[in-house]
Each structure stands twice: as structure tokens, then as C-alpha cells.
Ligand binder design. Sequence first.
Ligand code: UDX
Length: 427
Amino acid sequence: MNISVIGTGYVGTVSAACFAELGHKVICVDIDRSKIDQINAGIPPIYEEGLSELLKKHAGKNLSATSDYDFALMNSEVSLISVGTPSDPDGNIDLGIVRAASTSLGAALKNKNGYHVFVVKSTVVPETTEKVVLPIIEKNSGKHQGDFGIAMNPEFLREGKAVYDFMHPDKIVVGSMDKRSGDIVASLYRGLECEITRTNPRTAEMIKYANNAFLATKISFSNEIGNICKELGIDTYEVMKAVGKDFRIGPNFLNAGAGFGGSCFPKDVKALIGKAKEIGYEPILLKSVIMVNEGQPGRMVWLLKSRIGTLKGKKITVLGLAFKNDTDDIRESRAIPVIKELLDNGAIVSAYDPMANENMRKIFKRVEYHSSAEDALRGSDACLVMTEWDEFKSLESEFDVMKNKLLIDGRHMLTPKRDIEYIGLCW
Ligand code: UDX
């Protein structure tokens, strides 16, 4: 099949490369010239494990990139919309980029005679495909649904593992308003061993939000249990490991600690809260998931203050800046509120992250960024661990350069070492 993918972020670029690997001919569309040039040169515009190999294999053959919507639409039968859906200042979804892409696609469809299917892959609140995307395409093309197809196909890709997750899905969800467009979208995934769930667009949209909100709820639940356990001298990891043996619960996403960050969980839970309120429902549980999460970073600083008192003039090391391991992405990283509070309290902050130093420097210029944990720890009064980087597990002698050997671990990465005071956030 000939596919066009609108938007070359981690979902769009990974989807394009993986569809090319499945044998399709793929055209990526973006407004960012540098991303277009990188993809055409077989260079990934974002870091994703396995993506570079796929782009090198397919770029210039059955994968290309352009800024030309007309060209892309004329040379494909299916267009996937995978543009960003950021939060507005109130946490509600901002559909501005989705609207812009839909407008350009509608305008391009005006000049096309053949049948074309539009697929929303971006994470959008329920009703968006039917009540926002479809009317815009109809208005700008002068055509009606039926003359073209419309569907919704959410992604369930973890950042850093997106290629693996695309090629090994545990579910593929296709929401469509008619059988023809749904069949065409389902056929894109031929070659993947996975059951396809067929439904309507708003159900597909909700499946994505419920999926992420439940994962976020598991994390906040573990954190609430963890905060209680901490006061009782109980190790939450011991508790949740046993709880996770219940086949109805499962062992994953029960890791208590500094909380969830990233470009999805915080944004998606807040967008679902906003949608619920819009239709007159008060989502108490979802709001609590956010409240618990937003409280975790402050608990790291509270533990620190309870041990060393005033932070003014103290040197505090932050190990881990990315929102999780194996990525340079700092969006909603739990390290951000921690660093802000440390600086607000007059602390001198030194930091180390294997990949994310330069991204964090764009936010906090006053922080000292180092290229190793040892350099960041030199002379410090305490160390906070904020990201679950594997390399932190083997740190031992590096702590000897600290002025005061106090470790506060927000990710259960370290084990108490000789002659070092170790405090776990929830254990
Ligand atoms: C998530 C979903 O997993 C993915 O399916 C969806 O498509 C996009 O959002 P991602 O945000 O890339 O993926 O990372 P994930 O591995 O899910 O971790 C998200 C955050 O939760 C990280 O900050 C991580 O540190 C935190 N986390 C994860 C916990 O605090 N505890 C856990 O047990 C698991």
C-alpha cells in the first residue's frame, strides 16, 4: 500500500519506518525542513532504538519525506495523521496542529479523484475524529465522508522502545465509521502477528486514553502505598512485588518513586480530565492520580531538608535528568520540579545524565552539568537519584568524592552502601 504519514515525531517517524519494513511505500510529511532532509538522508530526527537501521535500509527506496501535502496525497491511498497534541495552559488538549494538518489534507483531497483514507494516529480525546477532523476535511475538500474514508488507529509505543513496540504489538485498534476504510487500515498491519480490534473512532480514542490513564493510575497507586509504607518502615517494593503476583494485577508499572513524566502520561491524563469536565463529569480518581504524581518530587526535597536542614549554599547533586532511562527526553521529567525547588532554596545544583544534559541546560542554565556521576558528586552535600538509568546501579566508589555521603533515591536504583547514609523515597 502507498501510505503518507503526517508528522515526523517519535510516533510518525517510527510508524513510517516500520510500515516501510512491512513492505509499504511511505511518504513522510512535515513542515520542518531539517527533519525532512534528515529522513531522506536516512538519519533519524529523534533517538529511537532500531530506527536508524530502518531509515538507512528504506530511505530513498520505499521511504521518503516532503513538505508537499499535494504530492503526498496524490501518491498515497492512506494518510496517517501523527502530529503532536500538546496540552494548553489548563492541561486540556490543544488540537491546533491536528486542525492544521486536517485543513491541508482536505485542501489536497480537493484535487484528487480516487478514494483516500484518512487515519488519526495522534492521541486525541474522544469525539475528535468525528467532530473535528472529519468536518475540516469535508469543508476543505468539498467532499463528504464516503467519498473518502476516515478512521482512528491509536499507538501504544513506549518512548525508547517504539520500534520494538510497533513490531511486537499486543493489540492493534482500528476505529472506523465504515467497513471499507476500516478494512484498508487493518490491511496495513498484515505481517504482524496480532489480533485487530475493530470498533468506531470514539471507542478507539477512549481505548488509548483509558490504557495510559490506567498505567498512570498503577504508578500513582504504588506511590500512595509507598508514601504510607515509608512512614511505617515498610519497603513498598517488597509489598508491590507480592501484589504483582496476582494474575489480575500483574507485576508491571508498580514501581513507586519520583513519579511519571514523559510526553504522554501527564498530558493524556490531564486531557481526559479536561474532556470529562467538558461533558459535565468530575473525574475524582484521575485528578487524584495527577495530585499524587505531582507530590512525589516535593517529597524528595522534603526528605533532603529533614536530613540536612537549610539548602542555602549547599551543593546538591542530581543524578538523572531524562524522564526515564534510555532517552534524552526531559518532557515532564520529575527532575525539573526538584531542580527548581533546590535552586529556589538557594542550593548549588550539579547534575549528570548520560543523554539529557544538553536538553536540561536549555531550562536551567545555573546548574553545573557534568559528563560523569563522579564529577557531579565531587564535594556535594547530598545526592538525589531521579532517573532509572542502569549505570546508576553500579555506583559505589564514586560516592567517596562527596563532602557528605547522603543518598536520596527516587528510583530504587541504588542499594545501601558501606559508610553512606541511604534514604529511599518509598522504601
Ligand atoms: C507511555 C506508555 O507506556 C506508552 O504505551 C504510551 O504510548 C506513551 O506513554 P512512555 O511515556 O514512553 O510510554 O514511558 P513509560 O515507560 O511508560 O514510563 C512513563 C513514566 O512512568 C516514566 O517517567 C517512568 O519513570 C515512570 N514509571 C514507569 C514509574 O514511575 N513507575 C513504573 O512502574 C513505570
